[in-house]
Ligand binder design. Structure first.
Ligand code: NDP
Ligand SMILES: O=C1O[C@H](COP(=O)(O)O)[C@@H](O)[C@H](O)[C@H]1O
Length: 489
């Protein structure tokens, strides 16, 4: 709600020397500054363990911008002006006495401050304790927490309790960068800014929903974290379940933090927990072996990791939502690394027509499919049956054709922003709508913890799949058993 936004003029960024800061956070903050969206006198203080002066941090940030900003956005004057906002504090968050150092670096914080923890979740509790001890939790202070929020429900609760002991929920901003993506916000526009989908957006109109986040990258530089997490906890607990909730939720009454998050939370409460005995039937796990991706020969996961591991790099799940709207509609979720293509999309397959008047006179009717492509392209496409032109005497020849709304083309003049630009601006200005509430995050963990318990109970190990494929063949069987085919084209 723009009318109630209250910008703060200080940002304290923990994990400022990390990969996420270099690739996403510093370029995003620059993007906001470039467009005049940061408060004029706002300072950005980076904090991390590495010993660095303010100037060395500015040089570090400049290198990050040089590397990660597109060539047409590197304006010397604007970068120089952005760098003037930056300063740095060397600090180990596990050492409580280090926190007193921040006061000098920050100066007067009476107008409030936004803090963002872009560090491993194991560091959240000590950081919060340190901030509290140094007196940085009172007044107009908001705290942002990068995902993952813990490793399971128990650790997530511990973190939530620790934050809640010093920050009220309305000052806690749990990041899930998928919520900052334009196309993800477009799901709300599509569903609730148009009237024609709602009457069929239910078990009467929809046969199944498929959510895919396929990546071509492998471990990158994150082996330490990823091998302990795996695809389920890295992608499903957060991004994929948020997408599911946006597709499945009831219409919120208003575009605000309470109305939207209440509706998402209700979906999570209706998400059917998968019983241990159903886990082998309803889930598939895989681990990539060697293969070719984008024309390049790549190593398998174990070779990249350099040690044995049973961590899954692919997971597919059949989920069900037990409420009136979605009874009997499977939601198939699928995500993996080193897949055939990079693609995030939601495919909604509608029910077939109840009776075909074209039977024997025009070919088979295909059910309509609505595809919301989140990345790399951004579009919404509806597959519909149309008559092929011609004077055929044996009937009306029908063919599936796409009805396309290319968001890339329609909004060609608008810069595509990094998801973190939206979220960091909302943290600075105080709008929680696109952040995850405590009850949501804990419901997400409870659901995926049950799946992990089922894997352990059934001694399930990931099946190998070739890099550059769509995952193990059992993933195809997961949907085919229900007579459903993954939408892979
Ligand atoms: N990178 C990515 O693409 C994504 C990352 N994330 C999550 O974001 C978080 C940060 O990720 P990423 O940037 O990749 O991690 P990195 O390992 O690259 O960076 C970690 C940061 O934390 C700092 N740090 C580590 N220990 C301490 C300490 N004791 N006291 C103070 N600072 C410390 C490091 O400082 P120093 O190097 O100076 O020691 C560094 O700035 C993680 O939880 C990750 O899972 C989430 C989504 C995507
Ligand atoms: O949170 C994460 O997301 C990225 C994928 O994000 P995207 O915006 O590129 O789709 C994933 O690579 C990473 O493992 C995970 O931690």
């Amino acid at each position: 709600m723009p009318g109630t936004r209250q910008p703060l003029d200080k940002l304290l960024l923990f994990g400022a020397t990390g990969d996420l800061a270099q690739r996403m956070l510093l370029p995003s903050l620059y993007g906001l500054d470039e467009d005049g969206l940061l408060p004029a006198d706002m300072t950005i203080t980076g904090a991390a363990r590495s010993e660095m002066s303010d100037d060395a941090f500015r040089k570090f940030a400049k290198e990050a911008l040089d590397k990660f900003l597109p060539a047409d956005r590197k304006e010397k004057d604007k970068i120089a002006s952005f760098l003037k906002r930056l300063n740095y504090q060397t600090l180990d968050v596990t050492k409580m006495d280090h926190f007193t150092r921040i006061s000098d670096e920050l100066g007067d914080t009476s107008k409030g401050m936004a803090i963002f923890l872009s560090t491993a979740p194991s560091l959240f509790e000590p950081t919060i304790k340190g901030l509290d001890k140094a007196g940085f939790t009172h007044g107009n202070v908001r705290i942002g927490l990068e995902k993952p929020l813990g490793y399971d429900l128990a650790s997530s609760r511990e973190i939530n309790d620790a934050v809640a002991s010093v920050f009220p929920e309305d000052r806690i901003y749990r990041f899930d960068h998928y919520l900052g993506k334009e196309t993800v916000q477009n799901i709300l526009a599509l569903r609730f800014g148009n009237s024609f989908f709602e009457p069929v957006w239910n078990a009467q109109g929809i046969d199944n929903v498929q959510i895919t986040i396929a990546e071509t990258v492998g471990l990158e530089e994150r082996a330490g974290y990823y091998d302990g997490a795996g695809a389920l906890r890295d992608m499903v607990t957060n991004h994929m379940l948020q997408l599911l909730a946006l597709i499945a939720m009831e219409p919120p009454a208003r575009y605000d933090k309470d109305a939207i998050r209440d509706e998402k939370a209700k979906v999570f409460r209706c998400l059917r927990q998968i019983a241990p005995e159903d886990v082998p039937h309803n889930t598939v796990t895989g681990q990539y072996g060697p293969g070719a991706v984008d024309g390049q020969i790549v190593k398998g996961y174990l070779d990249e990791l350099g040690k044995p591991s049973v961590t899954e790099t692919f997971v597919a799940i059949k989920a069900n939502i037990d409420n009136w709207r979605w009874q009997g509609v499977p939601f198939y979720l699928r995500t993996g690394k080193r897949m055939a293509v990079r693609r995030s999309e939601i495919a909604i397959q509608f029910k077939p027509v109840p009776h075909s008047m074209f039977a024997g006179r025009g070919g088979l009717l295909q059910p309509n499919v609505l595809t919301i492509r989140l990345q790399p392209e951004e579009y919404i496409q509806m597959l519909i049956m149309a008559k092929e032109p011609g004077l055929d005497r044996d009937g009306v020849h029908l063919r599936e054709v796409p009805l396309n709304l290319s968001l890339d083309a329609e909004f060609a003049g608008t810069r595509r922003r990094i998801a973190y630009e939206r979220l960091l601006l909302d943290l600075i200005e105080g709008d929680q709508t696109l952040f995850v509430r405590r009850d949501e995050v804990e419901a997400q963990w409870a659901w995926t913890d049950a799946i992990r318990a089922g894997w352990a109970a059934n001694d399930m190990k990931p099946k190998s799949y070739a890099s550059g494929s769509w995952g193990p063949s059992t993933s195809i069987a997961l949907t085919e058993r229900d007579g459903v085919t993954w939408q892979d084209d």
